[in-house]
Design a protein around this ligand. Sequence first.
Ligand code: GCU
Length: 340
Amino acid sequence: MKKVKWIALLLVVAMMACMFAGCGGAADGKRIIRIGHNQATTHPTHIGLTAFAEFINEELGDKYQVEVYPSELLGSQNEMVQLTQTGAIDIVIASNAIMETFSSNYSIFNLPYLFSSAEAYHAAMEDPEVTDPIFLATEDAGFVCVTWLDAGTRNFYTVDKPINSPADLKGLKIRVQQSATNVKMMELLGGTATPMGFGDVYTALQSQIINGAENNELALTSNGHGDVCKYYSYDMHQMVPDLVLCNWAFLEGLSEEERAIFDEGFQIINTVQREAWETAVEEAKEQALNEQGVNFLYPDTAPFQEAVMPLHEEILAASPELQPIYDMIQEYNAQYSSAE
Ligand code: GCU
């Protein structure tokens, strides 16, 4: 990890030096568009971004060159969002979870059990009336969200203790994303929240600084957490989207024609990533089960849900402007209620 951080630091320093020297583009005069994310190159997110890079390089390759930096090469998600704010990098993929610190509007998508089914989640995320007030809320902060990506359902997994009910979380240190809502969620469930960046989780699990974490199935395989954690429990507590965040000044600087092409490109990231996601989850589950020896548990989700529901009221009371969005989501929930 240390080596990766050093590489990131060197890269950032080189990029900054380049910016101060006024050389924003490649040697051949092209404007380089840097995209940073924290997943491996086999992850659906990288596959979606690669399709975007190919599309832009093909359509606008005389002027732009897209470069995708995976695996936290440009820093942690938090660091990369800040770099996107300043324009040191142009695009970052960040979990909605860490966006609360930039605008409280984002907290709504961090609510546990916000969506009644994957279908309701997808329909809401595809509705600009739901997402625009949130995705555009950070314009003044220097960036906006141009599309969302699927990050599945988040569930608890632990090194050696099966989680069948919230009571089983008591006394356990569980890594959560760096978000106040997530910390409160863990408190309500009775576990001890340990917020940290994604890149630090594997080592923390291995050294048992934490007893477990919570994430989608790909964290078991793509990030190796299933080598250490042998119980994955489908309590289904969150569907938190990943967001494609783009520096606002960069978008504003595009001509109308270029912007239309970029918008088409953003849609390509969404479509390609989400299609790859479907099969990736199935493959991850199979690999975790057969190669890593992970046990999958299917507890009654009702006690988990009951424990965290007060958070809905708390967030809406703190940000009443989110109420209409929350109500629209409830309509999707009614329309696509869980098949159970
Ligand atoms: C998922 C998500 C990432 C996020 C990570 C985390 O993998 O796709 O964007 O960083 O969870 O738990 O931090």
